[in-house]
Design a protein around this ligand. Structure first.
Ligand code: P1T
Length: 389
């Protein structure tokens, strides 16, 4: 299907069809796994569009077109992990440049910016992006990249995409949004003015916790060129099998997201009224600070819920995290199965304790990735674990 036709179709239809046409040689309806490292040339420089698989692979191209269509983007560039996608964007900066990022964000993004790029002379600061005046005050003359997560990991704060993209552009900086928590079904940042959208495709896009991957989507030909040059030159490419699995995942993305949202809403409402719960973080709760903004900016509130116990101590939190039977205690999110995560020791351990605390990420916070199981079973599982404290 051509890209001008795709733009008129709904997201569910794009998820199933974009980037994919029956294989011209066999008629195979599903995109084959082109498990090859190289392609025959009939004379030097004469080939059928592919030369070497670090540069392009047809299974990867299908996935790139599929993800671009979902994000309302012209281009999608796939990477071997979400972190590799972030790395490629940051590599386009130069020593002396400054990144302004959200202070509530995936711990690996913090580690990459501070510990990997810091020694190369790229500065980074992390601020609360739900406060626009704090963001404006933190912009420096050398700020070249504003890195936004919304909803944030792990406190699911919702920040104003349009306002932040406007601030970035007024400062002459690029606005990049990590859209992993929302997925393009619930939020398409390019439509709010972002220059780049980044995903860990490991999460909702893949959807089955069986593959690691990343993507950057953009409408900018300049950024497409820069990122493809990096793919060719530094080689963080996903293999064809991984692309196939991710492409298989996106076909069901829309219906999975609907179920993640309804299950998470029910779990959040259950937790909010539970006597042993101190605080629930979920954009779908009217009591949550980002609720009204989420209603305007998103097409659903997502599958991620975080909470604190009323007895806000690590012993009780550990008891709950060690006692669930349907929720598995593990890093990651966005798969069909429900996961429970302890940010302080797992996904966010690389952020210094003082900085975590300042951002409101306490050592007792528990994060849920609510899966697509029967919601009664999820609630019963939480209920039996909470009964133990
Ligand atoms: O794991 P990888 O595919 O490299 O993606 C990194 C990444 C990027 N952005 C966000 C918002 C993420 O949450 C992640 C990975 N996060 C986890 C593993 C986690 O459990 O939070």
């Amino acid at each position: 299907m051509k890209s001008d036709e795709l733009g008129k179709l709904g997201l569910g239809t794009r998820a199933v069809h974009a980037g994919q046409a029956p294989d011209p040689t066999t008629g195979a309806v599903m995109t084959p796994i082109y498990q090859t490292s190289t392609y025959a040339q009939s004379a030097p420089g004469v080939h059928q569009g592919h030369e070497y698989a670090r540069v392009t692979n047809p299974t990867r191209t299908a996935l790139e077109e599929n993800l671009a269509a979902l994000e309302s983007a012209k281009y999608g560039i796939c990477f071997s992990s979400g972190v590799a996608a972030t790395d490629a964007v940051v590599r386009c900066l130069r020593p002396g440049d400054h990144i302004l990022a959200s202070n509530d964000l995936y711990g690996g993004t913090y580690r990459l910016m501070r510990q990997v790029f810091g020694p190369f002379g790229i500065e980074s600061d992390f601020v609360d992006m739900s406060n626009l005046s704090v963001v404006k005050a933190a912009i420096k003359p050398n700020t070249k990249l504003i890195w936004i997560e919304t909803p944030t990991n792990p406190l699911v704060r919702v920040v104003d995409l349009k306002a932040l993209c406007d601030i970035a552009h007024a400062a002459g900086a690029v606005a990049a949004v990590d859209n992993t928590f929302a997925s393009p079904i619930l939020q398409r940042p390019l439509e709010w003015g972002a220059d780049l959208v980044v995903h860990s495709t490991t999460k909702y896009l893949g959807g089955h916790s069986d593959v690691i991957g990343g993507v950057v989507c953009t409408n900018s030909t300049d950024w497409d060129d820069k990122l493809r040059f990096l793919i060719k030159s530094s080689g963080a490419v996903p293999g064809p099998m991984d692309c196939f699995l991710t492409l298989r995942g996106t076909k069901t993305l829309q219906i999975r997201m609907q179920r993640h949202c309804s299950n998470a809403q029910a779990v959040a409402e259950y937790l909010e009224t539970h006597p042993k719960i101190g605080q629930v973080f979920y954009p779908g709760l009217p009591s949550f600070a980002g609720h009204e903004l989420a209603k305007r900016q998103m097409d659903g509130f997502g599958g991620m819920v975080s909470f604190l116990l009323k007895n806000d101590n690590i012993q009780d939190a550990t008891t709950v995290m060690s006692s669930t039977k349907v929720f598995t205690l593990a890093e990651s999110l966005g798969g069909v199965e429900s996961l429970m995560n302890h940010p302080a020791t797992m996904t966010h351990a690389s952020i210094p304790a003082e900085e975590r605390k300042a951002a409101g990420l306490t050592d007792t916070l528990i994060r849920l990735s609510v899966g697509i199981e029967d919601v009664e079973d999820l609630i019963a599982d939480l209920d039996q674990a909470l009964a133990l404290v």
